[in-house]
Ligand binder design. Structure first.
Ligand SMILES: Cc1cc2nc3c(=O)[nH]c(=O)nc-3n(C[C@H](O)[C@H](O)[C@H](O)COP(=O)(O)O)c2cc1C
Length: 272
């Protein structure tokens, strides 16, 4: 895979030092169109083992993933996500925080789970979410290293209650993200990232440099331009804009989703 069109000023300049893993990571981009070819069973097993091997907080292994093989179920999830391409993905996983398994083990070992509330607490929920995301990312990278394409899906949470219902998620289990995997049917450019100096700091957060918002916007000019070019190529039919145009819209986004998710997590037994 070529690093042409890659992000930043020029990650291509790193290729001479890069091994295959780094090349896979430096050239990753979201794929939203897949060929219908199924992912074979050996690859599925490899990807699932890779995900299991990710780091997990306190070795709680507080996540699970549901492999969606039923075409009708996939279509229903695509409706929730409002993205048709979910239904076409050869392999689809829903990653969930899962404290049910550990609760059952503790109960079986004599713990009064009405009194022992640790697994319900928000801190543990967050750890389970971290676990799930790390496992998903390991799977994503492994799939890409095999030439497959991937798409991370937050849109599955458009209807948390719908998804909980479709997947029969019990108490102490909560959906986090979807991941689709398949053979790419498109070759999108790599989406640019901002200059590394704007995202990596040394020792302290750089308040001290007192960069004003305006100065930040100016420092983003070259990145803004690269992103605009990327958007114009990938979405010629609509104007997506520059980073510094998009972020103000995000800043004014609705907060209802946050409340809705907290409510649903409470309904699943978590003590938010
Ligand atoms: C947590 C998370 C949720 C995402 N949800 C969606 C989604 O629901 N639909 C979608 O098309 N892309 C989704 N994406 C993909 C992002 O839009 C994409 O990663 C981002 O624009 C950067 O582009 P790239 O992955 O090609 O570098 C999601 C990414 C993350 C990390």
């Amino acid at each position: 895979m070529s690093l042409e069109n890659s992000n930043q000023t020029d990650p291509a300049s790193h290729t001479e030092y890069a091994n295959d893993t780094i090349k896979t990571l430096l050239t990753r981009r979201t794929i939203r169109s897949f060929k219908p070819d199924p992912v074979n069973a050996d690859t599925v097993e490899t990807l699932e083992r890779v995900a299991q091997q990710a780091a997990t907080s306190s070795f709680n292994n507080a996540w699970s993933a549901i492999r969606i093989t039923d075409a009708d179920l996939k279509r229903k999830i695509a409706v929730i996500g409002r993205q048709d391409y979910i239904a076409q993905a050869p392999l689809l996983y829903i990653f969930v925080v899962d404290f049910r398994r550990n609760s059952e083990i503790a109960r079986a070992q004599g713990v009064d789970m009405a009194a022992a509330t640790a697994f319900r607490q928000q801190y543990n929920f967050n750890q389970g979410q971290d676990d799930a995301v790390l496992a998903l990312h390991a799977m994503e990278t492994a799939a890409e290293s095999l030439g497959l394409g991937t798409l991370v899906l937050g849109s599955i949470l458009n209807s948390v209650e719908g998804l909980i219902d479709l997947l029969n998620l019990p108490e102490l289990v909560f959906p986090i993200l979807g991941l689709t995997i398949g053979t790419p049917n498109e070759e999108p450019a790599i989406k640019p990232r901002m200059d590394r100096s704007l995202q990596f700091f040394e020792n302290h957060y750089p308040h001290v440099t007192k960069l004003t918002g305006q100065e930040l916007v100016q420092k983003m000019a070259a990145f803004d331009e690269r992103l605009q070019r990327y958007h114009d190529l990938r979405y010629p039919e609509r104007t997506v804009g520059r980073y510094t145009d998009i972020i103000p819209k995000h800043a004014q986004g609705k907060s209802a989703a946050t409340k809705r998710i907290a409510d649903k997590a409470r309904a699943q037994g978590f003590d938010f």
